[in-house]
Design a protein around this ligand. Structure first.
Ligand code: GLC
Length: 565
């Protein structure tokens, strides 16, 4: 059976695919839960999570109270960058199952009212992609090479890279190839690992291929795409030299005018894709992974004819500091609605130190570098967890859409002591261990305190080692336990939904002190205390609290209070 026939047989669009009035589309207020398939649940027992594992746990996600899931890549891939190196965009990697397993998962999610967004990786493919293999076998200047960024080297014999760009994962962003006749030849650009060659987006053939890929998944019934490196596809004319600011983080978040991030012409690509999504019923959505210095810059990705959402990384990168949080929230609530888009909010994902650890770090930690046992500024775990719970309590009261990353509902910390020989992130290898990379936030989830691999599978295998302390963080150890992080998330999600906070609006409140973020959204008063002294507790009934409250809001605590009636 061809892929197209399979799609026809099983396409399962979201049940209510009726057009929604503009302004009330689902993605404007949705809480979207990121699944990192390798680490979510492993039905096959090979130590790597898979699609049947996801299907088996959809009831847990439904009872958590989320609206949608986003799946990091499960497409065919040699897994050099954990699936962000795709060799076939229209197939499932056997590690994760089959297209049939995907269809089953999608139908089961939709049957539970859960939308499904899939990852799309358009900046680069795997070096094992058929096109790149053809490019290697073809001559310089050929149509096959023109799909990627091949250039002649500098120097007398082309022995120097075409420019000085560095890979996001460390080391040079160019690799020299051996031509068919055995001589050293051209260089190709890879902003990430050498196994991830960048496409040339000025080539119409590349554009057409991605239209086909979008349609392939839209035809199957997906509700949208999270677009990987959505600020990177187009490179500045002439590929001018550039040295990144070391503080800016791997993805360039705090840097302006980078010749490979945020080039104007990238927006044409998304205008084109928006039109394709609009051919389909049911409010399909595009979400940009675009690391830009400010919320205003990020909002350029969600202008009315472009994408629907953009991850609010300026918010994620804000420290646990009331003044900074008020400022970034304020700016976000002007910037995104200013272009007709919802604000999004996010605290964790598979590329950053988990917020239960990050918010207690006491030294600079640029995004992507990760932490290990000898990193400066080690966190106090209890402080990190208290702040993470408070930060989430604050975030889920904000109007707009929020993203959660698997395991944060259990209060999982970053795993700091993964032995070097177990690490897998290309960052670790490309920097000779100077940067730890992102494995610490990718450790497989604990489901059952007493089962092998904490119930990640039945075999006990795990592609990254799980810490011994995780038994007490397992989902079954928290379910039904008042005050557990899991029950806090359930309460927050249920109240957020019941009170329509996602569609609400924010009114700042004074009188809670400089160290408090205090506002009203609908009939809920929110106070988050980032300081070390207690803040005043609003009068009314406390419906959610990130930690114990008496007659004050203690340090590192956030509350939701409703008026007494
Ligand atoms: C994105 C992904 C990250 C990946 C990179 C290259 O930033 O989130 O995990 O390594 O792109 O695809």
């Amino acid at each position: 059976m061809t892929s197209a026939e399979t799609a026809e047989r099983t396409a399962a669009p979201f049940p209510s695919a009726e057009p929604t009035p503009a302004g009330s589309e689902w993605w404007r207020t949705a809480v979207i839960y990121q699944i990192y398939p390798r680490s979510f649940a492993d039905a096959s027992g090979d130590g790597i999570g898979d699609l049947p594992g996801i299907t088996a746990h959809l009831d847990d996600l439904q009872s958590l109270g989320i609206d949608a899931i986003w799946l990091s890549p499960f497409q065919r891939s040699p897994q050099k960058d954990a699936g962000y190196d795709v060799s076939d965009y229209c197939d499932v990697d056997p590690l994760f199952g089959t297209l049939g397993d995907f269809d089953d998962m999608l139908a089961a999610a939709h049957a539970r009212g859960i939308r499904v967004i899939v990852d799309l990786v358009p900046n680069h493919s795997s070096d094992q992609h058929e096109w790149f293999q053809q490019a290697l076998a073809s001559a310089p200047g050929s149509a096959e090479r023109a799909r990627y960024m091949f250039r002649d080297g500098k120097g007398e014999h082309g022995e120097l890279p075409p420019n000085n760009w560095e890979s996001v994962f460390g080391g040079p962003a160019w690799t020299r190839v051996v031509e068919a006749d055995g001589t050293s030849g051209q260089w190709y650009l890879h902003l990430f690992d050498s196994s991830q060659p960048d496409f040339d987006w000025s080539n119409e053939e590349v554009r057409e291929e991605f239209r086909r890929v979008l349609r392939f998944w839209l035809d199957r019934g997906v509700d949208g795409f999270r677009v990987d490196v959505a600020h990177g596809l187009v490179k500045a004319e002439g590929l001018p030299d550039y040295i990144p600011n070391p503080e800016a983080g791997s993805m360039g978040g705090e840097d302006e005018n980078v010749p490979y991030w945020g080039q104007d012409a990238v927006h044409e690509v998304y205008r084109d894709w928006r039109k394709i999504l609009e051919e389909y019923p049911g409010d399909r959505a595009l979400a940009a992974e675009a690391w830009l210095p400010t919320a205003e810059r990020t909002a350029e990705w969600v202008r009315p004819d472009e994408m629907h959402q953009a991850f609010n990384f300026p918010y994620l990168q804000t420290e646990w500091d009331a003044a900074d949080l008020r400022a970034v929230i304020d700016l976000s609530l002007r910037a995104f609605p200013g272009v007709g888009a919802p604000s999004t909010w996010v605290l964790s994902n598979h590329d950053v130190v988990r917020h239960a650890t990050r918010l207690a770090l006491t030294a600079e930690n640029p995004q992507g570098h990760g932490i290990g046992p000898d990193s400066p500024g080690q966190p106090i775990p209890e402080v990190g967890l208290a702040r993470a719970r408070a930060a989430t309590t604050l975030m889920l009261a904000l109007p707009g859409s929020a993203y959660l990353y698997q395991g944060e509902e259990l209060g999982l910390p970053e795993v700091i002591d993964i032995p070097g020989e177990a690490r897998q992130d290309p960052t670790w290898f490309r920097t000779n261990g100077e940067r730890y990379g992102r494995d610490g936030c990718r450790v497989p989830l604990p489901w059952n305190a007493d089962a092998p691999a904490y119930g990640f599978n039945d075999s006990g295998a795990s592609w990254l080692p799980q810490p011994a302390e995780w038994a007490r963080l397992a989902r079954d150890a928290q379910a039904g336990v008042p005050g557990s992080t899991l029950e806090l998330y359930r309460t927050l999600l249920a109240e957020r939904r019941a009170r329509g906070l996602g569609a609400g609006s924010l009114e700042w409140l004074d009188g809670y002190g400089v160290d408090a973020v205090a506002f009203r959204n609908g009939n809920v008063t929110v106070v988050a205390n980032t300081g070390s002294e207690p803040a005043a507790l609003p009068s009314g009934i406390v419906i959610a609290s990130s930690g114990p409250v008496t007659d004050v809001v203690p340090a590192d605590t956030a509350v939701w209070v409703v008026d007494q009636v």
